[in-house]
Design a binder for this molecule. Structure first.
Ligand code: PLP
Length: 372
């Protein structure tokens, strides 16, 4: 039995009638950009998240650039960002005119910590990007408190993850995307909340930041008559917003299944074969990717693929070692030991909103066979 690395399609199958209705509603309504669906989705998404504002944009990469500019980041500034992340977390910084400064991550949670961030601070640091990597939850409140700097949460992989005051999911929750000064989401189809194309959002509790983001996504203007900034053409479109409105009410159930898969992998004995992902304190991650660690990661990926099991090393070359980032590194380079180690040892194995107990058992048996 083949097991795919991820599987967005199976969860969508029962929603076909609602999705078709939503797509036709937009087609028949004739409003395709910044119409009623985007407005409604922004309200619903903000309410679900516990944020005051959500603003739809074209994708999760431009969301970061626009959110940084709304924080006042510009030429001459530095922005601290982890290197063990998807390329776009850092790629979105130079378009603001600022310089990315790479920091390390915790070897177990794979997220930034106050310590790794503080090691990268200089008098020019203007903001910190905390990536909720693989759906884990970075310690945003601690980083804000210990650095005094604004924190942008890159929550592209963390829709559906939750944080509690005491680690008990029945107690009041806060969600990634409502923890920092501003946060960004991607609705790329494979994400936990995925559209039928590109899409993104910026969320914030701050009225002034929300106002700037709304202007920046629309050419730096409120009305296309008077322009107050050099902005972007970066909008979430009506078709994507209509699809997202159908899916949003299901994200928590899908997240619960992803979280339960972590427990199932544990019960099936995965932890005896590889190091499983480690949830941050008080976090219930909606594992976007289920990333294990093994000194034999490449062998594991190849062996699983040969057995029809989806597996992949995502960030084998960390961002700071990719050639286009070389010009931003200090003369002596930068030493990020946990990042280099994780780049070598991580491997994503299957997880989805619908992965079954049998599939989990199949994956664990295959991991055992490959590493035997
Ligand atoms: C997907 C992703 C992005 C970029 O989102 P797009 O919508 O593809 O532009 C940014 N950061 C992280 C961590 C991501 O996983």
């Amino acid at each position: 039995m083949a097991v795919p690395l991820f599987d967005p399609a199976t969860a969508l199958a029962p929603l076909r009638p609602q999705l078709h209705e939503a797509l036709l509603r937009v087609a028949d309504g004739g409003a395709f950009v910044l119409g009623p669906e985007v407005t409604a989705f922004e309200e619903e998404f903000a309410a679900w998240l516990g944020a005051r504002h959500a603003v739809g944009v074209a994708n999760g990469t431009e969301a970061i650039t626009i959110a940084l500019r709304a924080l006042g980041v510009g030429p001459g500034d530095e922005v601290v960002v982890p290197s063990f992340t998807f390329w776009a977390s850092a790629e979105a910084i130079p378009p603001t005119g600022a310089t990315p400064v790479f920091c390390d991550v915790d070897p177990e949670t794979m997220c930034v910590t106050p310590e790794t961030v503080k090691a990268a601070l200089t008098p020019r640091t203007k903001a910190v990007i905390a990536v909720h990597l693989f759906g884990n939850v970075a310690p945003v409140a601690e980083i804000r408190r210990e650095t005094g700097l604004p924190v942008l949460e890159d929550a592209a992989q963390a829709a559906g993850s939750t944080l509690t005051a005491d680690g008990d999911p029945t107690h009041p929750i806060a969600r990634p995307g409502a923890l920092g000064d501003v946060a960004t989401f991607s609705f790329y189809p494979s994400k936990n909340l995925g559209a039928f194309g590109d899409g993104g959002a910026i969320t914030t509790q701050d009225d002034a930041i929300a106002e700037r983001v709304r202007t920046l996504r629309f050419h730096g203007s409120a009305d296309k008559v008077d322009y107050v900034d050099i902005g972007y053409n970066s909008r979430l479109d009506e078709l994507q917003a209509a699809v997202l409105r159908v899916l949003l009410p299901h994200v928590d159930d899908w997240a619960a299944h992803r979280a339960a898969t972590h427990v199932r992998y544990h019960r099936a004995g995965l932890d005896e074969l590889v190091a499983p992902p480690v949830a941050a304190p008080n976090a219930t991650p909606a594992w976007h990717l289920y990333v294990v660690r093994s000194p034999r990661a490449d062998e594991l990926v190849a062996g699983l693929n040969a057995r029809g099991i989806g597996a992949r090393g995502y960030y084998r070359t960390p961002v700071h070692r990719q050639p286009p980032m070389a010009r931003f590194l200090p003369g002596g380079g930068v030493d990020l030991p946990a990042t280099d180690e994780l780049a070598r040892t991580h491997a994503a194995i299957p997880v989805s909103a619908t992965i079954t107990e049998e599939q989990v058992a199949e994956v664990v048996a295959a991991v055992g066979a490959v590493l035997a």
